[in-house]
Design a protein around this ligand. Structure first.
Ligand code: CP
Ligand code: NVA
Length: 302
């Protein structure tokens, strides 16, 4: 049966370990200059309803490096943008392609596409989730720290798609996840409840970022206004002002704290320039790892 990657909840604990190990191996192979083309002759369709730099480039370059081809399909230029039935789209794409990556608004659209397609579907970000990002970040953390054992991750800011995927990951892998979000900007209620049912006190939501960050060895943030919320930015800047990741906040974290951001970042909003460009920030290595992890995901699924 074909497998999709729509969220982290549906993965087995072991699947995450396999993805991390494969990413590590693929990264080394590339650094050693060895060619590895397990997807020769295969094609990935990449449907984008939203902008992207890292996701688009890493999937496209990843396919190229593994001997396959990626097609960039902007919804506006295809019949999807003119309302073609998603089931028809899925069934027809399944006759041409070997896999689909989709970045869109509604999680339900990704699920409908996966339900009708006979080829693997990968969620490249929805309003609800960003699973490929968090899988890649887990690889970065295990690479930098040697393992995920004993990790205390603090997520500071908007309870958005990235936060929701972190909750799913913490519930699956059982690491400490402390979230700090302003009231009214919590993560998805269903995901948070399910995460807490599964992981209990390992997952906690705070209103005070200092409480969440205390003793954290990874501090993570993301934009205050996600794609599609740009019109709310002015209002959000005021509401989120106490949630900036800056030197003051990091003073209460563990001494060896590592700072992460999925990018794109807004210096002076969710993170200070001093912190994101400083020695504890791993954001560029973090972004590079998207490539190695997308390759692992594609090889496993396709
Ligand atoms: N982090 C991330 O998904 O970046 P892009 O929006 O550039 O793909
Ligand atoms: N939360 C952000 C992530 C971007 C990669 C957004 O959805 O715009």
């Amino acid at each position: 049966m074909k497998k999709d990657l729509l969220n982290i909840s549906d993965l087995e604990r072991n699947d995450i370990g396999v993805i991390i190990e494969k990413s590590c191996w693929l990264k080394q192979l590339l650094k050693d200059g060895q060619s590895y083309t397990p997807l020769k002759g295969k094609t990935l369709g990449m449907i984008f309803d939203k902008s992207s730099t890292r996701t688009r480039i890493s999937f496209e370059v990843g396919m190229f490096q593994m001997g396959g081809k990626a097609l960039y399909l902007n919804s506006r230029d295809t019949q999807i943008g003119r309302g073609e039935d998603i089931g028809d789209t899925a069934r027809i794409m399944s006759r041409y392609l070997n896999g689909i990556m989709i970045r869109t608004y509604e999680q339900s659209l990704v699920e409908a596409l996966a339900g009708e397609a006979t080829i693997p579907v990968i969620n490249g970000l929805t309003d609800l989730l960003h699973p490929c990002q968090i899988l890649s970040d887990l690889f970065t953390i295990s690479e930098k720290r040697g393992s995920l054992e004993g990790m205390r991750l603090a997520y500071v800011g908007d309870g958005n798609n990235v936060a929701n995927s972190w909750i799913e990951a913490a519930a699956k892998l059982r690491f400490h996840l402390a979230l700090a979000c302003p009231e009214g900007y919590d993560p998805d209620g269903t995901i948070l409840r399910k995460g807490k049912d599964e992981a209990g006190d390992m997952i906690a939501l705070y209103r005070d970022p200092y409480e969440a960050v205390r003793e954290a060895n990874v501090v993570y943030t993301d934009v205050w206004a996600s794609m599609g919320q740009e019109h709310e930015l002015k209002e959000r800047i005021e509401i989120f002002s106490a949630f900036q990741v800056n030197e003051d906040l990091l003073a209460v974290a563990a001494k060896d704290v590592m700072v992460m951001h999925c990018l794109p970042a807004h210096r002076g909003e969710e993170i200070s320039a001093e912190v994101i460009d400083g020695p504890r920030s791993v954001v560029i290595d973090q972004a590079e790892n998207r490539l190695h992890v997308q390759k692992a995901i594609m090889e496993i699924l396709m």
